[in-house]
Design a protein around this ligand. Structure first.
Ligand code: BGC
Length: 664
């Protein structure tokens, strides 16, 4: 069976998010997509996004969104965003704070990982010991006043930051004994200062409790037996609500469980806690980015817990091959428990909102001039199915209390089951608002065998993790290096991270998907809690462009096939160039925000906020300081003062806000 789709083979760059892997050998195969298919493009006054009102949650259905609909509505924004639109930028504790061992902070898994495996983090100056970790990062721990100054430039009215669990509870376990918490006083003072300074500057704090930097203590309990981790998390959350909740009214429990678990537990070797659940230890093939990634997984939580064939474990221990699945399961439960604490003890008095932030790419049904109407219908069905796996897996539980039926059915016994009590806790636990981090989009279609016949979905007997997506994509990452794909191929022009491509309609498609799926269930709308890019650079190949161009030509919308010119490429040695004058990033924001406005004004989607990623250049996980997502420049290697220098995009967003959001 040919496990890769035609579109996968068209791709030269196919990478799981944050996992830099490329296959240059595929770059030649880029010319299968042909001439325009324009027949079904509606006229300008038709409803642009054709959403069927009656999609049941548990059925495989198409996404109801026409490619042509998305494209054709471009010139229709009407009505500015409302004055109370949440507008700002996002960061995360480990990526910006630094001060990793000052004033009593404990060790997070990211400290542990980066200190043990510095070679797993990209650096162009290994003589600088801090270039491969967050020890210093942007030193926001000491320079927060300068960060505020940057927020002002973009006219932020909100700031999304995260709280470092080990900074508050160096021992990992939060405890309240006789009314007194075992909390690190200095850590509390730091976040008090952050929150108070924000409020003094009329910027509303939006705090994430967990952005991947959990305490080392929880590394094992995250996957091995759910109770310790989820209880611990709820207790830590309780402290945060109790102490900061008089001033913080926007709580996000956890950030992107998919990336956290799939990258951290399945894909290795670039993300803590550096497991390689799905594969044997390896060295990445075709590592043209110059990442010198060491092969191997730490197996730090102890190989002894595994049987020889790494399977069948004793009760309460997930098989090693499913650690990411269990990690996700436990994070979702932890989220629900924290929400329960907030709702029961604090929300009424404090009057804040609480929700989860998930990530996930909108799925775009494939279409070219060879696609028959039947095939297109099928691709739409697959777009919805793929979205249920990629997004619904994480968004259904906090909205409707359980995993999508398609996921449960295709995973069969490999899927952990929520107890009734957990289901009840989960249901509606993100009904205050839903946070969505959106970056790129994936093509969706049913995978074909070499003879052109469709790969069939698994039968009930075949249903398990490995087979669950075989007709959608092969995410088990087997055969990496040979045109492999872990997730479906991305669509759009190549930005500065291998996984990140510019395809702005994704934000609109996704907002419509959520809105239709959870109609009437989200009280305060969807908040885009992250969106942004790194400028194109020489570290990432651009082979996606040609394919994307042909795709857009084929649906009669060549303007979306934007690419970049040589002069857009970021060069560290040229401050006069796009490092500071970040034109590609500006265009990114313009295009995505335009689509957000379309979703709001034309499709009537209840979208309440937008947080750009990121306020500052910062520690970009396994890409270290080599990949810059910030709207503010920092010279990490040479400037001891870490001076913040605004890039053009920061000011541009300030202007965008004035022009596109109602001003009181
Ligand atoms: C994460 C951020 C990260 C950004 C860019 C998001 O997935 O939440 O921490 O820096 O993407 O990679």
């Amino acid at each position: 069976m040919k496990t890769l789709s035609i579109f996968t083979t068209l791709l030269a760059v196919s990478a799981a998010k944050k996992c830099v892997v490329r296959n240059p050998t595929d770059s030649a195969k880029t010319n299968d997509v042909k001439a325009p298919v324009t027949d079904d493009i509606p006229s300008d006054n038709e409803t642009p996004v054709n959403v069927d009102e009656n999609t049941p949650l548990d059925k495989e259905e198409d996404s109801g969104i026409e490619n042509s609909d998305i494209e054709n509505s471009e010139d229709k924004p009407k009505g500015k965003l409302p004055a109370d639109f949440k507008w700002g930028a996002a960061t995360a504790a480990y990526q910006v704070e630094g001060a990793w061992n000052t004033e009593g902070r404990g060790e997070s898994v990211w400290d542990h990982f980066t200190h043990l495996y510095p070679m797993n983090v990209e650096s162009s100056d290994r003589s600088n010991e801090d270039s491969t970790n967050g020890n210093v990062a942007c030193d926001s721990y000491h320079k927060f006043d300068q960060d505020i100054a940057m927020m002002k430039i973009m006219k932020a009215n909100h700031y999304r930051f995260s709280i470092s669990w080990p900074r508050l509870f160096p021992e990992g376990q939060a405890k309240k004994v006789k009314g007194k918490w075992n909390v690190n006083k200095e850590g509390v003072e730091y976040y008090d200062m952050v929150i108070d300074t924000l409020l003094e500057n009329n910027i509303t704090p939006m705090a994430t409790l967990y952005h991947w930097d959990f305490h080392t203590l929880s590394m094992k309990s995250m996957v091995v037996g759910r109770l310790p981790f989820t209880r611990r998390f709820a207790k830590y959350a309780e402290f945060c609500f109790e102490h900061f909740g008089d001033r913080v009214k926007n709580w996000i429990t956890t950030n992107e469980p998919w990336v956290n678990c799939v990258s951290g537990y399945r894909l290795g070797p670039g993300k803590a806690p550096y497991r390689c659940t799905g594969e044997a230890p390896r060295k990445l093939a075709n590592d043209t980015a110059g990442l010198d990634l060491l092969g191997g997984c730490s197996y730090e939580i102890g190989p002894s817990q595994y049987t020889k064939n790494h399977e069948a474990l004793t009760a309460n221990r997930p098989p090693q091959r499913l650690e990411d699945v269990w990690c996700s399961h436990n994070i979702l439960i932890a989220h629900a428990k924290a929400v329960n604490v907030y709702r029961k003890k604090f929300q009424k008095k404090q009057k804040g909102l609480i929700g989860i932030t998930i990530d996930g790419e909108a799925q775009i049904p494939w279409q070219d001039d060879k696609t028959t109407p039947e095939e297109l219908e099928n691709n739409k069905k697959y777009a919805n199915l793929a979205a249920e796996f990629r997004i619904g897996w994480y968004s259904d539980p906090p909205m409707i209390g359980d995993y999508p039926e398609s996921v449960k059915q295709r995973m069969s016994k490999d899927m952990p089951v929520f107890t009734d009590e957990e289901k009840a806790l989960l249901k509606g636990s993100s009904s205050d608002f839903l946070g969505w981090n959106t970056y790129t989009a994936h093509w969706a279609e049913q995978v074909k065998n070499e003879d052109g016949t469709y790969v069939q979905p698994p039968t009930d007997e075949e249903a398990n993790f490995e087979n669950s997506k075989r007709d959608m994509w092969d995410d088990n990452c087997r055969g990496r290096g040979e045109g492999w794909t872990c997730i479906p191929p991305t669509l759009g022009s190549q930005a500065g991270s291998s996984w990140n491509t510019k395809f702005a309609p994704t934000i609109r498609v996704g907002l419509n998907w959520f809105s239709k799926r959870y109609e009437g269930l989200i009280k305060n709308g969807i908040v885009i809690t992250e969106n942004g890019c790194a400028q194109p650079n020489y570290k990432v190949a651009r082979a996606n462009d040609e394919v994307t161009k042909k795709y857009f030509e084929s649906i009669g919308q060549p303007k979306y096939a934007d690419t970049y010119k040589e002069e857009d490429i970021e060069r560290e040695d040229n401050l006069e160039g796009t490092l500071m004058h970040d034109t590609y990033r500006i265009d990114w924001y313009d295009q995505y925000l335009k689509n957000l406005r379309l979703a709001y004004a034309v499709d009537n989607i209840d979208v309440r906020g937008y947080m750009a990623w990121s306020l500052l250049d910062n520690f970009e996980w396994e890409n270290g300081y080599e990949t810059r997502f910030g709207m503010t420049y920092i010279d990490f290697y040479n400037d001891k003062e870490m001076k913040r220098v605004p890039k053009d995009s920061l000011e541009h967003l300030g202007q965008w806000y004035l022009e596109n959001v109602e001003q009181n």
